[in-house]
Design a protein around this ligand. Sequence first.
Ligand code: SAM
Length: 236
Amino acid sequence: MLSPKARRIRQMFSSIAPRYDLLNHLLSLNIDKWWRRKAVSLMRVTSCERPSVWLDLCSGTGDLSLEMIRQGAQRVVSSDFSHPMLRLNLAKLRQSQAIPKVILVEADALALPFATNTFDAVGIAFGLRNLDSMEGGLAEMRRVLKPGGRLVVLEFSKPTNAAFDRLFQKYFFAVLPRVGAALSRHSHAYTYLPESVSQFPDQAALRRILETCGFDRTGVVNLTGGIAAIHWGEKR
Ligand SMILES: C[S@@+](CC[C@H](N)C(=O)[O-])C[C@H]1O[C@@H](n2cnc3c(N)ncnc32)[C@H](O)[C@@H]1O
């Protein structure tokens, strides 16, 4: 059963789905593509060398799933709770001929319909911040990972240089919501974005949360001065 907040989040993402990719690439000047490539390259550094099954959680329109296939995943489960997002995801998979390798699953990240110890690697890009319970989501991700498997989290984070941070916050809180509202025709999705990022843990705090949730060998790397960061951790 989804909470009222999760239902609102699902409704918001479902209504911006048709413009989601355009806005992502425009508002990030295409840098988001490089961030996903880097995140997937860190999923490949896993102790599981055998034929692999990877999970793209909160997959949206599927850009991370496609990158997983490009970088050699043999089977990808691409899961999200927004039906319109998954429909766009499916259309992209068809275009790119990746369809035989990807399974789409409509599910809540807090109650995954997968058996314990299923996946060699789990990736989540810009999804963790939206979950009703971050710890509940991380516990599910850990549960479905095989022992030795790796979780990789790509999320917005905290710029490390104070002057750059001030400049970026101006863009994030003043420019992005206006452009986002005009192009997505959604009044608050792109106000929600900077607000949710400002409430999200910074690099060190998220790493501690991963450890508290039972992940070992954790690490973090900043992207574009800390605008985003990639965290990882393994299930022992
Ligand atoms: C910002 S988008 C990220 C999409 C994609 N991963 C990317 O890199 O562009 C967040 C996605 O998380 C999904 N989402 C949010 N909460 C969820 C939940 N509880 N269970 C499953 N999906 C969820 C939304 O439907 C949306 O597609």
